[in-house]
Ligand binder design. Structure first.
Ligand code: UDX
Length: 448
């Protein structure tokens, strides 16, 4: 198929490369000059395992990267839209980039086409766009086809999707989109057809549901701390029930990233716009905010409330492993508090340090925030170690070395990665999330 992908962000770039890999002729349209130049040289401006190699494999063969709108929109059989749809202050989705694209399609399109919305858009957007094209007699069929890929596992998720949702009112347009996915759906993925607004709604529902599981576990984790229960035992206990399942029930520092927070806000906004209170959704968001703040409370339990002159080591800054994305990352909440209270921060993250340096230039320049090139360098003379992102690199540290390097043997395990018994035996003071069954956890809570 000959298709154009609009927007070389996460979703657009991964989709374009994976579709090109399957033999489609793909034109990727990107308007940001720096991003465009990097991509044309075979460099990927985001961190995603395997993506750069795949880009280099398909670039200038099945994939052309361009900034030329008229070339890209002239006569594609299909246009995949992956433009940004960020949150506005009231939680509503900002669709301005999508409407700009509609104007460009009006100006440049010369043949009938199918416009596939992969960007997460407000419920009803596809219908509004369809009406807009029809009023102008532009031969475009709008289809919603939400993307479920996870950062860090994006290629795998695209190549082996668990399901493909095709939201369309027009059967012929739906069939064209289905044909695009044939190479990816042969084995196990199911193609589900529904109306446009149902596909739009499903994307929000999926993310809100996953976020609710996380907030649920985080809430129970706090309770567990009060009743001498280790939430990790509970996680295993409930996860073995197939109706519950093992995924997305890990208590931690709260969810971050570009999707969950934004999509929760958008769904709540939709409720408000309908005059409908949705207290469950609000509670998911509130718990997540609280969970991020709890890192501060926990560090106070370890260090006392005066942090001026203290040195704190952070392992992990990205919102999750295998990405350099720091959007809404829990680590930033603790980092800001540490900097505001005069602590010195020594941090290491395998991918996200450039993004953090860009976000906190003054702290880096003054030396209050030191970005260290390897994990152990961050520990030197620190009064506590905080694990905030569960990169594999941090999974099995050399604890004797950690003990030697730290000024005080204190560990805040924001992802419940470590064995509290082992650490306690070695003489560490350990705090995790919801690990109320542990003596050190009880002692520290009592002291706080
Ligand atoms: C998510 C959805 O999974 C994906 O389908 C959608 O397309 C985009 O949003 P992503 O944001 O890349 O993907 O990350 P994901 O792996 O889902 O994790 C989201 C957040 O939840 C992370 O901050 C992670 O640390 C947190 N999380 C996840 C938990 O705290 N506990 C868990 O059990 C699982």
């Amino acid at each position: 198929m000959r298709l154009t992908v609009v927007g070389a962000g996460y979703v657009g770039l991964v989709s374009a490369c994976c579709l090109a890999e399957m033999g489609n002729q793909v034109c990727l349209l990107e308007h940001n000059p720096a991003r465009l130049q990097a991509l044309q040289q075979g460099r990927v401006p985001i961190y995603e395992p395997g993506l750069e190699a795949l880009l280099q494999q398909v670039l200038n063969r099945q994939l052309q990267v361009t900034g030329n709108v008229s070339l890209a929109l002239n006569e594609p059989e299909l246009i995949l839209v992956a433009v940004g749809t960020p949150s506005q202050a009231d939680g509503n989705v900002d669709l301005s980039q999508l409407w700009q694209l509609a104007e460009a399609v009006q100006e440049h399109l010369r043949h009938p086409t199918v416009l596939v919305l992969k960007s997460t858009v407000a419920v009803g957007t596809g219908d509004a766009l369809q009406a807009w094209f029809e009023q102008r007699a532009i031969p475009v069929q709008v289809v919603n086809n939400p993307e479920f890929l996870k950062e860090g596992a994006a290629l795998e998720d695209f190549r082996r999707p668990q399901r493909i949702l095709i939201g369309a009112e027009d059967a012929a347009a739906a069939a064209i989109v289905e044909r695009l996915y044939v190479p990816f759906t042969r084995n196990q993925a199911r193609v589900l057809h529904m109306r446009r607004r149902e596909a739009e709604f499903s994307k929000y529902a999926a993310n809100a549901f996953l976020a609710s599981r996380i907030s649920f576990m985080n809430e129970l984790a706090e309770l567990a701390e009060h009743v001498q229960v280790d939430i990790e035992a509970v996680r295993q206990g409930i996860g073995s029930d197939q109706r519950i399942g093992r995924h997305f029930i890990y208590a931690g520092c709260g969810y971050g990233g570009s999707c969950f927070p934004k999509d929760l806000r958008a769904l709540s906004h939709l409720g408000r716009s309908q005059g409908l209170p949705l207290p469950l959704l609000s509670a998911i968001e509130q718990r997540n905010e609280r969970q991020k703040q709890r890192l501060i409370d926990k560090l106070e339990a370890l260090l006392g409330s005066h942090w001026y002159g203290k040195r704190v080591a952070l392992w992990g800054l990205a919102f999750k492993p295998d990405t350099d994305d720091i959007r809404e990352a829990p680590a930033l909440v603790l980092l800001r508090a540490l900097l505001a209270r005069g602590a010195t921060v020594q941090a290491h993250d395998p991918a996200a340090m450039p993004a953090v340096a860009e976000r906190f230039p003054e702290a880096v320049a003054s030396g209050q925030l030191q970005l260290c090139n390897e994990p152990y360098a961050a520990l030197e003379n620190a009064h506590a170690l905080c694990l905030l992102t569960e990169w594999k690199l941090f999974r099995e540290p050399d604890w004797l070395r950690v003990m030697q390097l730290l000024a005080e043997p204190r560990v805040l395990d924001g992802r419940n990665q470590y064995d509290p018994g082992q650490l306690a035996t070695m003489g560490f003071v350990y705090l995790g999330i919801g690990r109320g069954g542990l003596a050190s956890e009880r002692r520290n809570r009592a002291a706080a």
